[in-house]
Design a protein around this ligand. Structure first.
Ligand code: CTP
Ligand code: MN
Ligand code: MN
Ligand code: MN
Length: 371
């Protein structure tokens, strides 16, 4: 491999799992622009071009300082012609014409609006757009449209769940879930995961992992928690998916977006009084509570470290962990296991550190995984 060049003191790895990326982003002017284009390619199902902008954004997020000149990015990975052209515009004019054009594009705006509803993905949004629908009221008054329950809830609680969840709200939800777990089993294990574990200030939801040291017991854990939340009167919506885990079928032949653990996607009613300083809307004279999205995942305890690593994110960090394992180590990593294809064996792990060690990677703290 190449040594450091005179202009690049530190070589930046092409893998996010070999970079330390905190929430402090010195290049948001570029990465926000890239995200708009990545999203527009996602809407058009141009995955390669979407990924190119996401990878470039992820590299810039890891830099300790702001990019000021075109030559600053000369030795960085994933800087393609298109990304360079967008950056050149921003460096020269303060903004990208292509991004400005996209932001004022009616189709982009409409798909962005529709996909902001819980339960509405790019496919559904595009279907609605092609029907000529342009606003929520268009969708809600269109007789040929049947909304599923998730989408009905998405519209019903749109105001609340489209607003960011704060750290204080995440903490309050943590206490509620903890209380429920404690009441069900004293040896229950609860861990915050997702963006809040990466020390993000805001999130679109709050993610938790729950399990128990007793093998098999984790299967009744989520149904028990859900029942308690229902009895407390704070369960507004619940999409529960039982475990489909079959250890004999691991590793999965190809990577799947969803893992096989028992999980549930919830909307909970969070009381203002449970949050320090109350919720802003209760001060506004509103109803005094806020609907908040919560995800719970419940792996068997021997899969805990893999589940925690897989659900902590960021998505880009996860992608590169799996890509690194495959291309650099001939291993298969997913949310359940790590498999060494050379040795033809599964590598067990009690902690995330064990997994990084198996992969021959320096340990990256959760707060350094904001790739
Ligand atoms: N994840 C997953 N399988 C799912 C859903 C999520 O493995 N079915 C993982 C993703 O890789 C992601 C993490 O769980 O990194 C958290 O997902 P999500 O809540 O969507 O994203 P966050 O990083 O928490 O960001 P946000 O603040 O927007 O919630
Ligand atoms: Mn999350
Ligand atoms: Mn989530
Ligand atoms: Mn599978």
């Amino acid at each position: 491999s190449e040594g450091p060049t005179p202009t690049s003191v530190a070589i930046v790895s092409q893998y996010a799992c070999q970079r330390r990326t905190t929430i402090e982003n010195n290049n948001s002017i570029f990465t926000d622009a890239f995200e708009v284009l990545a999203e527009s390619y996602e809407f058009s199902e141009l995955e390669g071009q979407c990924l190119a902008f996401r990878r470039a954004a992820s590299v810039l997020k890891s830099l300790p300082c702001e990019v000021r000149r075109q030559e600053d990015i000369r030795d960085l990975p994933w800087m393609g012609e298109h990304t360079k052209a967008v950056m050149e515009d921003i460096l020269q004019y303060g903004h990208s014409f292509e991004v400005e054009r996209m932001l004022s594009d009616k189709k982009y705006q409409t798909l962005k609006l529709f996909t902001s509803v819980f339960g509405v993905g790019p496919k559904t949004a595009d279907k609605w757009y092609r029907k000529g629908l342009r606003s929520f009221s268009d969708v809600l008054t269109e007789p040929s449209i049947h909304l599923n329950r998730m989408q009905q809830m998405g519209f019903l609680y749109y105001e609340d769940i489209s607003r960011a969840v704060s750290k204080a709200e995440a903490r309050a939800l943590g206490s509620i879930i903890d209380e429920a777990v404690r009441a069900i089993t004293p040896d229950g294990i609860l861990a915050l995961t997702g963006g809040f574990r990466r020390e993000k200030e805001f999130g679109h939801d709050v993610d938790f992992i729950v399990t128990t040291p007793e093998p098999g017991r984790e299967n009744s854990l989520l149904p028990d928690i859900i029942e308690r939340l229902k009895q407390e009167g704070i369960l507004l919506y619940c999409d529960y998916q039982a475990s489909t885990l079959d250890i004999s079928k691991l590793p999965c032949p190809r990577f799947e977006a969803m893992d096989h653990f028992a999980k549930c996607f919830l909307i909970l009613q969070l009381e203002g009084s449970k949050v320090e300083g109350g919720l802003s809307r209760s001060k506004e004279g509103g109803r005094g509570w806020k609907a908040v999205r919560v995800d719970l995942v419940s792996p068997p305890v021997d899969r805990y470290a893999f589940a925690l690593l897989g659900w902590t994110g960021s998505r880009q960090f996860e992608r590169d962990l799996r890509r690194f394992a495959r291309l650099e180590r001939q291993m298969v990593l997913d949310n359940h296991t790590l498999y060494d294809k050379t040795k033809k064996e599964f590598l067990a792990a009690q902690t995330e550190k064990d997994i990084f060690a198996h992969l021959g990677l320096e340990y990256i703290e959760p707060w350094q995984r904001n790739a």
